[in-house]
Write a protein that binds this ligand. Structure first.
Ligand code: HEC
Ligand code: HEC
Length: 206
């Protein structure tokens, strides 16, 4: 028992050192530009179409910033919101700056976004069964399969992303391997009602 406790303490010390390696103050400074659209607390801003960032998985934030920079997101014709975000991802230069920024976002309070979408959550629950494998039963995200956290995200943003997958504003690039996995899943939602229903169910997973 003592040895296990000692090992756990040593592990915690290593993790602490890793975290200390990220410069949260530098990350905060980089975040100042993001705050103008995503909010001081990363809470999202519906008027500016910018989703909540607080509470999202660090690996997913990093992958999306990379996708914007590489043009796998935010370059499809007609994707006006993605086109606003893409140059912002370009302002984060270098792995260290990005790590600091994401460390700072990870410290923001992960309060669930307000509910704005109405739908039939019971019908949505049945549709969500197929989503569980990659997003988790509680919408918590499944890193091993690349599926981000959905629970607590702005519901209007989830609706718009599902529409984007369906109409080709997202996952339009062959090099977007993760998006290519998601697109056929969005296709299982036949119409706007099905989208609203599944998002209404995701709203119950908070
Ligand atoms: C001019 C406003 C604006 C600024 C400034 C901005 N963003 Fe965004 N961001 C957006 C919009 C709008 C979207 C949604 C795009 C869409 O609908 O596809 C977005 C989406 C994102 C996403 C994708 C989230 C997800 O779950 O899919 C991430 C990550 C992100 N922004 C991070 C940042 C970071 C980090 C910064 C600062 C370096 C930043 N943004 C600055 C407007 C902005
Ligand atoms: C085979 C795995 C898989 C299944 C099943 C799946 N997804 Fe996804 N989903 C993903 C991946 C991977 C991404 C991230 C794509 C990327 O990195 O751009 C994603 C992204 C999303 C996003 C965008 C979130 C954001 O913040 O950008 C939404 C919304 C979403 N999925 C909803 C659903 C719903 C609803 C279902 C069920 C109908 C579903 N997914 C089923 C893998 C899956």
């Amino acid at each position: 028992m003592m040895r296990i406790a000692a090992l756990m303490l040593a592990g915690a010390a290593v993790l602490g050192a890793l975290n200390a390696a990220a410069d949260v103050q530098a990350g905060k400074a980089t975040y100042a530009v993001c705050a103008t659209c995503h909010g001081q607390q990363g809470e999202g801003n519906v008027a500016l179409n910018a989703p909540r960032l607080a509470g999202q998985e660090d690996w997913y934030l990093s992958r999306q910033l990379t996708a914007y920079r590489a043009g796998r997101r935010g370059t499809a014709q007609g994707d006006i919101y993605g086109m606003q975000m893409r140059p912002m991802a370009m302002t984060v230069v270098g792995a260290e700056a990005e790590a600091n920024l994401i460390e700072y976002i990870g410290k923001l309070p992960a309060l669930p976004a307000p509910v704005t979408i109405e739908g039939d959550a019971a019908a949505g629950q049945q549709k969500y069964a197929i989503c569980v494998a990659c997003h988790g039963a509680r919408g918590e995200g499944v890193q091993a399969l690349g599926g981000p956290r959905l629970a607590g995200q702005d519901d209007w943003y989830l609706v718009r992303q599902l529409q984007n997958y369906k109409n080709g504003l997202r996952a339009y690039s062959k090099s977007d391997a993760f998006g290519q996995q998601m697109k056929p899943m969005a296709m299982t939602l036949n119409d706007d009602k099905a989208i609203n229903d599944v998002v209404a169910y995701i709203n119950t997973l908070r």
